[in-house]
Design a protein. Structure first.
Lengths: 330, 492
């Protein structure tokens, strides 16, 4: 229902809100399916940060969708065929939760029974993502890093250091108005940050890990930026530093791999990191999760800062243009 | 270190990409990126030699054995592809410093090299891995960086082209992911060779059939096979010249590799070619693609568009070779992969040189360039001859094997159509040559100087390779033959 509402609605702000609800609903859906880690990710990404980023995009583009000129029948046809194919594909699938389904028979038993001895991490999902299939996770971090650079290369403004003084004055004013919001969030932000750190380092034992932690951490700072203005936030988090941090996170992850290679084992083989294999695994997972967290948080922040910076520049230009127009008419 | 070659191929550019940010001086970053990609090139040569000598190399990432962990499995096919990508990547990068000086803003240079290295990483990762999901992860790296690279183009239309590519590419990637997900559901494994053995039992189910269909359609979107090619011409035309040269020579090749890998290794020949009338569908699409794209190319005014459509036609040839479904056919296809990378690398780099000197690649602007930029233009002529398939160039070699393959399989009409398609190539190449050599220089334009040596070096390196491998076919034919024979399970 919500998906249909998203497609039908012409009000982009409503669409973003609905997407958030959609994210939250699918998160609860994953919880019902016992996939807590996935649910956590979906909740923080689908219902959290992606909504924030879309909102900041909307502030630049305007709220209404442009009216369409043609009816996309071809697209409808393609969608119908795809949907039909998907349903056709499900017909021979093993029943959900069936014990004899191949998914539960082949690779999974070893993950479930032996990961405790081999990796020593109670959360199996972390063991699989962090150790058995660590290279995939490295790839994912690289994907996020790539996305970050991609956005930077599109949005980054030519470097000119000029303060928008008039803007700052108006921003101050605007922020004065949201007194309640400011005080409440000021009280909340430390807890959000603390929670992010908890998620970061508790990923071995419960649901959580670098991805979620990074996103939550970034969300807290974005909240701060929205209420206190970009310039205040930039004084704390230097954008150049954030870009470097994004690179550092990815490098940290990869360096763990290189170190294990130098210790004579294969790339990302944590057993070689310490005398004791399980201790090595612990150390490896801790370090790579830290790398993941740093990169994710830094990339999210730099994307947001760029959006905001762009918006302020746009406002500034618009105002300048308006002043020019006024002076011309005078 | 020798044992780590497979993973170094991917990890080197992956680590170099973030390191670029610490250098932050255009020239320095360029030298650094060049060194790294040259290192991957050496690495891939070593790998190929190793594979040709002692067979498939398996590398377990994280030290976990295959179905549980991820493994890199380098056989002759991957090693060949790695060599093509890394060589072209390095040669093209050589001209990058000069080219982007004119085409990009100063503060985006670092980002450009970073994205370029990530793009390389993605392609290496796709080719080297033996794990189906790992393919998807690296596919995302290579596609995201490709979108961003294309969007860097100065022309405003580059943004729109990149957006189109983004939408189409994402649909393709999602289809591939759905396919992989369904396969995992039916087999419980993501490892390719493990999938191959376990798919035999469940091959008849509708889920596997649907997975196969999703994978093929998704890959064909990436491949720009006719009628799914609509994203390609604009993306190539409005991207920065270096990006065009790099992507045109490598990106579609990786998709062809995926098609071959999934149909031959994962699903197996008998499944792939019996469940769907894949052979005839792809054959027809390939042939129609050759003709439709070649004819469209004839009517283009922008030379980059002409060559982009010609790329779609060349993809058609590769698909024809593939769908003949004999060892010779696939070998012709692989040869064309190698040869097309050489031709298009040279041609698009030469266009980059023209762009550098006159700031446009409209056909009308080419008037009189034959005299003014003799070395660049003669490179375009030789590249064009190779594209047509004139003897003594690489284009001839691959078309020759393609003809042999189709005649061997008794497909005479196909052979005739391939020859007719080559005639169309003569027409569009001739239009460029005619304008450049037989029309007077544009009035009112100052004399154009020859391109700088940083362009001429890589261009002519590729042109000479075009001729060299057209005469001495030992290396390319031998490797392509060995690779295709191993796919068909023939031991030479």
């Amino acid at each position: 229902m919500i998906a249909i509402a998203i497609v039908r609605s012409r009000d982009l702000l409503a669409v973003v809100m609905l997407t958030g609800i959609y994210g939250l609903l699918s998160a609860s859906f994953f919880v019902v399916l016992d996939a807590v880690d996935v649910a956590f990710t979906e909740a923080s990404v689908g219902a959290g940060i992606s909504g924030l980023l879309m909102l900041s995009a909307i502030t630049m583009t305007g709220r209404k969708e442009a009216p369409r000129r043609h009816k996309p029948f071809l697209a409808l046809f393609v969608v119908l065929v795809t949907g039909g194919m998907l349903i056709y594909g499900t017909m021979d699938m093993p029943y959900f939760g069936a014990v004899d389904a191949p998914v539960h028979q082949h690779v999974a038993p070893r993950y479930i029974h032996e990961s405790m001895q081999e990796v020593g991490v109670p959360n199996i999902v972390t063991a699989v993502l962090g150790s058995y299939r660590a290279f995939d996770t490295l790839g994912e971090v690289a994907v996020i890093f790539t996305a970050g650079i991609g956005v930077l290369s599109l949005l980054s403004l030519p470097r000119r250091r000029k303060k928008y003084q008039t803007d700052e004055a108006t921003e101050e004013q605007m922020h004065e108005r949201h007194m309640v919001l400011r005080i409440v969030s000021k009280a909340l932000i430390p807890f959000i940050l603390l929670f992010a750190l908890y998620v970061q380092f508790h990923g071995d034992f419960g649901p959580g890990g670098g991805f979620q932690a990074g996103v939550i951490f970034a969300a807290a700072i974005i909240l701060y930026t929205m209420l206190f203005g970009l310039d205040t936030a930039k004084r704390v988090f230097n954008p150049a530093l954030i870009q470097i941090l994004a690179a550092v996170g990815l490098l940290l992850y990869a360096c763990v791999g290189v170190v294990s290679m130098l210790n004579g084992a294969n790339f990302l083989d944590y057993n070689a990191l310490a005398e004791d294999a399980v201790a090595g695994q612990h150390l490896g997972i801790l370090l790579i999760e830290l790398g993941v967290g740093i990169t994710v948080a830094a990339v999210m922040l730099s994307i947001f800062f760029n959006f905001e910076g762009r918006r302020q520049a746009q406002l500034h230009n618009a105002k300048q243009k308006g002043e020019q127009d006024v002076s011309r008419t005078l | 270190m020798l044992a780590h070659l497979p993973v170094l191929q991917v990890v080197l550019p992956l680590m170099a990409a973030p390191l670029c940010w610490f250098l932050n001086r255009s020239k320095l970053v360029w030298i650094f990126a060049l060194i790294v990609s040259a290192a991957t090139c050496v690495n891939s040569i070593l790998l190929l030699m190793e594979v040709m000598k002692s067979g498939t190399i398996i590398y377990e990432l994280g030290g976990w054995e295959a179905p549980w962990g991820i493994e890199y499995r380098i056989d002759k096919l991957n090693a060949f592809l790695l060599l093509i990508i890394s060589t072209i990547g390095t040669v093209v990068l050589f001209a990058a410093n000069t080219s982007i000086q004119k085409e990009l803003d100063e503060d985006r240079h670092t980002l450009f090299y970073s994205l370029y290295l990530l793009s390389l990483t993605g392609m290496f990762g796709i080719v080297a891995t033996g794990d189906a999901f790992n393919v998807f992860v690296f596919l995302e790296i290579s596609s995201l960086s490709a979108y961003a690279l294309i969007a860097l183009g100065r022309d405003r239309r580059a943004l729109w082209a990149a957006y189109q590519y983004l939408i189409m590419g994402t649909i393709g990637a999602t289809f591939i992911l759905i396919g992989i997900g369904m396969l995992y559901q039916m087999t419980g494994t993501l490892n390719m060779s493990d999938l191959a053995t376990r798919l035999v039992d469940v091959g008849h189910t509708r889920t596997v059939f649907a997975a196969f269909a999703f994978l093929i359609v998704g890959i064909c979107l990436k491949l720009a096979l006719f009628p799914l090619h609509l994203w390609l011409p604009n993306a190539y035309a409005y991207a920065p010249s270096i990006v065009t040269a790099f992507l045109a020579a490598t990106a579609t090749k990786v998709a062809v590799y995926l098609l071959i890998r999934f149909t031959f290794t994962v699903f197996g020949i008998s499944f792939s070619f019996t469940t769907l009338p894949l052979q005839s569908i792809l054959m027809v699409l390939g042939l129609v693609g050759v003709f439709a794209a070649s004819i469209t190319a004839i009517y283009q005014q922008n030379v980059k568009h002409i060559l982009a459509y010609s790329s779609i036609a060349q993809v058609g040839y590769m698909i024809i070779g593939y769908s003949i479904n004999t060892s010779t056919g696939v070998m012709a296809s692989l040869l064309h992969l190698f040869n097309h990378a050489l031709m298009k690398g040279a041609l698009f780099l030469a266009l980059g040189a023209v762009m550098y000197r006159i700031g446009s690649v409209q056909l009308s602007q080419f008037q009189g360039l034959g005299r003014q930029m003799p070395l660049t233009m003669s490179a375009i002529v030789i590249g064009g001859l190779s594209l047509i398939g004139v003897p003594l160039t690489v284009g001839f070699v691959s078309k020759w094997y393609l003809l042999i393959a189709s005649v061997e399989a008794g497909m005479w009409p196909v052979a005739v159509l391939i020859l007719l398609g080559s005639l169309l190539a003569i027409v569009y190449i001739w239009r460029i040559v005619e304008t450049a050599y037989f029309k007077p220089p544009l009035p009112g334009r100052e004399a154009v100087k020859e391109a700088p040596w940083t362009f001429l070096g890589p261009i002519w390196a590729l042109v000479i390779a075009n001729i060299y491998f057209g005469i001495d076919t030992r290396l390319s034919v031998q490797v392509a033959q060995a690779a295709s024979q191993s796919l068909f399970g023939i031991n030479p």
